[in-house]
Design a protein. Structure first.
Lengths: 214, 214
DNA sequence: ACAAAACAAGTTGTCGACAATATAGCAAGT
DNA sequence: ACTTGCTATATTGTCGACAACTTGTTTTGT
């Protein structure tokens, strides 16, 4: 979605952010009437927003009962990362095939600017930088389904876990090198290697997080 | 969805099937008022049904303009199979880890019954059999996201392509052997191999279809 | 005292009407 | 003749009210 235009769009974004950022508690019930007063819109647009949240797997609905925000669990996070590993691995593979030389050059310079930040003392893997990197590779796959599944679906959930389980900026040091190697593989148009490196990168991420949770 | 209960559920399923089976043409516009008379429900439930179809990637919406059934294209089919390869590969990997011995036994006997049908002259890879096989492995992954993405999302689109481009029952002969090898890998709890074999299986499928389209 | 049926309160599902927006056709001016 | 702006029409977006359902409570019968 380039920009929210309709009232339902805006409400969807607002509601989603409130959930992801934890202002609406995970696992809590979403009352349509309550939300409609809170966001000052009719129940119809609340319903549409909730429907969209459901297709993002951010809320769960039961007919004639209502919607609840999903509950966060270590198991859920692991499952999420398994899907990420699979999809982003494929994205890296396709990116190595489908990105233009210009796009790859941009990616390289992005990484370089990240390197400068690290050098300057700002810790790498602050969310923005990491997200930007993955973002470009996913787009570089040029695969509509892949892009929409990751951005509209997985992405916000990952962020929800990060925010609410308080794991901003993990693995500062090694992640940068991993990113560099992935770019190198894409530069060499080595799809096989790019996929493997991306999968490992995400796997390490998962292991690091699992370790922190235990 | 175990069973459609609400009116919007039923309309969603009916509309989806009408699109997948080609009774509503690919690429055509979906008028809310028109559909509401056709299915004898209010526009609100039509809107909800269309919203759900959008999250399945079966229709595309533009704000204040309306919804269109997606257009089928060779490129789209290829992208779909890339996602399938990625997700079902991971599903096979996880199934090798997570399926119970009983579930694996069931899978084996299912394959055996398919073998008997082939022997009996009925051609294998009739959709039902193939679908059933993949279905069980996906469920065997025990990964909620994977399951819902494939069943609610990808699956109906694949079927839509199969029906409308008239490619029922491709690759009758070799598919069975591939299935057998996958089950063997799962039986051996060899996750790595199971994933690789499943990816190859789907890749072959894609190549076969690409060949038919050209 | 307990179980089952009836009731009550509140929530979700559905509807028809109204408002806002896009599209096509016409009109007018250059 | 072509462009530009307006108008008419049709479609989508939003709303408030009503219907259907779920759930917890009370009542009733044994």
């Amino acid at each position: 979605m380039i920009q929210p235009v309709t009232s339902a769009d805006k409400t969807f974004v607002a509601l989603r952010d409130d959930i992801v950022e934890g202002r609406i508690q995970a696992g809590s019930k979403l009352s349509e009437t309550e939300l409609s007063t809170k966001y000052a819109v009719s129940r119809a647009v609340i319903r549409e927003a909730i429907n969209r949240l459901e297709s993002c797997h951010i809320v769960e609905r039961k007919a004639n009962v209502g919607a609840r925000v999903v509950a966060l669990s270590p198991q859920g996070l692991i499952e999420l990362y398994q899907v990420r590993e699979s999809l982003e691995g494929m994205a890296a593979r396709l990116a190595a095939k489908n990105m233009t030389d210009d796009e790859i050059a941009d990616l390289s310079s992005l990484l370089q600017s990240h390197f400068d930040e690290v050098k300057g003392g700002e810790s790498y893997y602050q969310e923005a930088g990491d997200v930007d990197f993955h973002y470009r590779i996913i787009l570089g796959s040029k695969n509509k389904h892949l892009i929409s599944m990751l951005f509209d679906g997985i992405y916000h959930l990952v962020r929800m876990y990060r925010v609410q389980l308080g794991m901003a900026g993990p693995r500062v040091t090694t992640a940068y090198d991993e990113h560099k190697h992935i770019v190198q593989a894409i530069l060499n148009r080595d799809a096989e290697l790019a996929e493997m490196l991306m999968r490992r990168h995400i796997l390490y991420s998962k292991n690091s997080i699992e370790h922190k949770l235990s």
